[in-house]
Each structure stands twice: as C-alpha cells, then as structure tokens.
Write a protein that binds this ligand. Structure first.
Ligand SMILES: Cc1cc2nc3c(=O)[nH]c(=O)nc-3n(C[C@H](O)[C@H](O)[C@H](O)COP(=O)(O)OP(=O)(O)OC[C@H]3O[C@@H](n4cnc5c(N)ncnc54)[C@H](O)[C@@H]3O)c2cc1C
Length: 454
C-alpha cells in the first residue's frame, strides 16, 4: 500500500492544476493517468517529426488567463510563452469582420439591436449574469433580434467558447467568456504547442515533490466508513485523505466509487448531466509550406439548426464550420524542416452517426481548400481523430469540454467540486469551473484548492 496526502485521478489540465497547487502547499501528491500520454485533451504526440495536438486550441486569455495565474500561485513565473493571436474569421468562405461587416448584410434596426446586445453583454452585473445562467444564448439574443444571420454569427462565437450551439449554451456562461476575453485582449497560442502547458504543470508538480504516473488507470475508489480513502490502480492500493477526480464525473460517481455511496438524488442528478458537443480533428501533414494562415474560424451557413439537421441526414453543406490552426506557422519546431501541418476541427453533436465520418471529412477538406487551394496536391498523410477515437482518449462520448455549459449546468448550478462522499472532489471540465475550455478546467482546480483551504 502506498500512502499520500492527495491522489489525483487523471492528468488533464484540471487534474494537473489541482495537483500542482497541492504539491506546492506541501502535500505529498500523486497523479494517476490511465493513458500513456499526459494531458488528456490538452496533450500531443509525435508522428514522423510532426507534433500533433489532440485538440485544436487557442487559449482565450493567453498569458493573462488562468493557465498563467495558477502557475503564478505556485511561484512559477515565465514557464509559458504565448503568441498573441485572434483567428481570421470567415463567413461562407470569405473573410469577415465581426460585427462591422454585418452592417451591410442585415437591416439597420437589426444591426443596431446586435450592437446593443454586445454593449449590454459587456455591462451586465453579476446578479444579471446569474439570472442569464437560466436561459440559453439564443433566448438572450432573441430579446434583441430575430434576424437569422445575426443568430448564426453569435451562435458561432458561443460554439468556439463552449462547444455548444446557441440554443444549448447558457447565456450567462456566454457573457462571462465574452467579457473576460474582451477585457484581457490576450488570446494566444502557446509556443512549443499545447503540450507546453501540460509540461509546465508536470514540471511544477515534480519540482514540489509530486509524482505523475502514466499507464495507471484507476479501477476503483476505496470507500470506508462513508469516506473515500484511496484508489486501486494497476493492481496497487494508493491511500490518501484527499481524492480529486479529473475523470468523467459520471464515471467517478457511478463506477469508480459506486452509486451506493451517494444519496439517490445525487446519483440521479449526476446521471442526467449532459456533455458539450464533440470536435473531431484532422491533422494534415503537407510536403511543403503552402499557407501563411495561422488560425482561422470559418462558419456558415445561415440557419445553424438546419445546418446540423442537414449533416445528420448526410447532406453536407458547402462550407462546414471549422476551426483551423497551422501550428508550424507559430512555432517551426512543430513540423520537420520544409514541411507544414494543418490541424482542423469541426463542431458536431457527440451522437453524430459514425457512418457519416468519411463524408464529413471530405466536406472538411473541401472547406479547407477554399482557403488553401493547393491543399490536395501537397498532402503527405492525414491523421484523423473522429468522435469515437476522442472518446477512447478522454471519455465522455468524445466531447470537447466535459459537462456542457448549458442552463442548469453553469454558474451556481455547475456541479459542485465537493461531492457528498467525504474526501472525494471533482476537478476540471466536470465541476465548479467557468470560462473557455482549458481555462474552465484550471478555474475549477483553483476553486478546488480554495475550497480545500477554507
Ligand atoms: C478538438 C478540440 C478543440 C479544443 N479547442 C479548445 C480551444 O481552442 N481552447 C480551449 O481552451 N480549449 C479547447 N478544447 C477543450 C480543452 O482541451 C478541454 O476543455 C480541457 O483540456 C479539458 O481538461 P480536463 O482536465 O477538464 O479534462 P481531460 O483533458 O479530459 O482530462 C481527463 C483525464 O483523466 C484521465 N482519466 C479518465 N479516467 C481515468 C481513470 N479511471 N484513471 C486514470 N485517469 C483517468 C483521462 O485519460 C484524461 O487524461 C478543445 C478540445 C478539443 C477536443
């Protein structure tokens, strides 16, 4: 039996951020990761000299956001370097400046309504934002305008923040993400690729005496006298007073600990939580540099509900919603000399039928070709990760974030970090956080640590 002060299940950025703070506070900490790779959705791997990120990332507040703040809490400065970047936004294949280009695309009164919506969004009080956690982004915008073009544009922004369309995303969370990003004006991409964030946290944990172990799936949480007291991983028993799970909340409660250890209403609540949408990824290795694009967000077409309904029927729209990053244009070391890498993701519901994958991938390539016309002549190989492959790495049906930021699942209604089982906490995209993707998970870990010390 191995004895620690704290065990973290999973090395996603939420788990690592929790572990770093605990190790820094002098607690003997171990992180147990089921996969060979550390970092969960914020991981990367090497293939023929290319560095392939699991996700396709822009960090909402870059150097001014939680990724840096949490390291700074632990006295770690200058471990991350960000290139400031905002994606080129394209609408139906053409460069598009939001909101200004809309002036000529919609009636004047609708444009004015959009501008008021944007102004209001940046000036809501905390109490008003808490109220907005109860409605969707679409419901909020509908208070200002019914114009479908405007709804399409605003839905796309929300989908980049929370991997949910406007009719599912919480208006409160949309407003938080929008205002925090607008105030910071520091969206960025980490030098060395996204893995550099994961590595900075792992280095920190080790510096403070913590351990980070891979190929170590936690099979069970040990419960004694109504308290989580340890875990079984790799046939070994690990004991600690604090168990922080960065794994799927449903899996943690229902399988790893077991429903019998929780009140029935909590089990029912956890069982009914819903996840964000997925973002299957294609990583395209090119035999030479053919584009100057660094980051691009394309959306279309007008009427996003019909867009997704069409895809589900197997009818591919001319332009797919895509988020495209060319990591080697930020950091040449992410591709071998003389080569280029394009990574592209497209948001989709997690239950998109698997048999549509080839059609969707072809439509993604067609959309990328709009911006990189020489694409197909220079492809060496494509490394694709569909929804099922993402689920195998990160669980949760292959979703992008974790528990979806929908009404009833954000703000005060976000699942609680402290579970009803003494000693067991949930950290990361599953509980207690707020904000965009990795910042949501790191916020959760900072809230977890504050809770532990109060
Ligand atoms: C395609 C794509 C694009 C994205 N784009 C962005 C973006 O632009 N900006 C942004 O901020 N975010 C983005 N994200 C989201 C971001 O990557 C996630 O929100 C964040 O990384 C989630 O971190 P986490 O710690 O909450 O969970 P995860 O990364 O899912 O980590 C959970 C970890 O727990 C481990 N685990 C699970 N069960 C067990 C077990 N039983 N035993 C041991 N270990 C276990 C898993 O293997 C995993 O490593 C994107 C994600 C994807 C997939």
């Amino acid at each position: 039996m191995k004895k620690y002060d704290a065990i973290v299940i999973g090395s996603g950025i939420g788990g690592l951020a929790a572990a770093l703070q605990m190790a820094h506070s002098g607690r003997k900490t171990v992180v147990l990761e089921k996969n060979h790779l550390f970092g969960g959705r914020l991981s990367s791997y090497k293939k023929e000299g290319f560095t392939l990120d699991i996700g396709v990332h822009v960090i909402s507040r870059g150097a001014k956001g939680p990724a840096t703040q949490c390291l700074a809490r632990c006295g770690i400065e200058n471990a991350l370097k960000f290139t400031n970047i905002r994606p080129i936004v394209c609408f139906e294949g053409k460069t598009f400046k939001f909101p200004h280009d809309l002036k000529d695309m919609v009636p004047a009164e609708d444009f004015e309504a959009l501008m008021k919506f944007m102004r209001d969004a940046k000036s809501f009080t905390q109490e008003e934002i808490a109220e907005l956690d109860k409605i969707t982004e679409k419901e909020l915008l509908s208070r200002y305008t019914a114009n479908e073009t405007l709804h399409t544009c605003v839905s796309r922004i929300g989908s980049v923040y929370c991997a949910l369309p406007s009719w599912l995303e919480s208006a409160g969370e949309f407003v938080r993400c929008l205002t925090w990003e607008a105030e910071a004006k520091s969206s960025g991409y980490p030098m060395g690729g996204c893995i550099s964030i994961t590595n900075a946290y792992i280095d920190g944990i080790k510096k403070f005496g913590g351990e980070v172990l891979n190929n170590m799936p936690v099979e069970r949480i040990i419960v004694e006298n109504n308290r989580a007291v340890g875990v079984i991983a790799g046939g070994q028993e690990y004991r600690a007073d604090i168990i922080a799970s960065n794994a799927d909340i449903r899996n943690t409660v229902l399988k790893l600990a077991g429903a019998a250890h929780f009140p029935p209403d909590y089990v029912e609540y956890v069982s009914k939580l819903t996840y964000s949408w997925a973002g299957p990824v294609m990583r395209i290795a090119l035999d030479q540099p053919i584009t100057d694009i660094k980051m691009l967000s394309q959306f279309g077409e007008i009427g996003q509900e019909q867009y997704y309904e069409k895809i589900r029927r197997g009818v591919m729209p001319k332009y797919l919603n895509i988020f495209l990053v060319v990591p080697s244009n930020f950091d040449p070391e992410t591709a071998p000399p003389g080569r280029q890498l394009i990574a592209v993701a497209t948001p989709l519901p997690t239950d998109t039928p698997t048999e549509l994958t080839p059609k969707i991938q072809e439509a993604v390539l067609n959309t990328v070709e709009t911006f990189v016309p020489e694409l197909r002549k220079h492809i060496m190989w494509i490394d694709s990760m569909d929804i099922q492959a993402m689920a195998a790495i990160a669980g949760e049906d292959g979703c992008v974030i974790g528990v979806g930021q929908t009404p009833g699942q954000t703000g005060a209604d976000r699942p609680k970090i402290k579970t009803p089982l003494a000693g067991l906490y949930i950290v990361g995209g599953e509980a207690g956080g707020s904000g965009v993707g990795i910042e949501n998970s790191i916020n959760s870990a900072m809230n977890f640590f504050d809770l532990l010390n109060n």
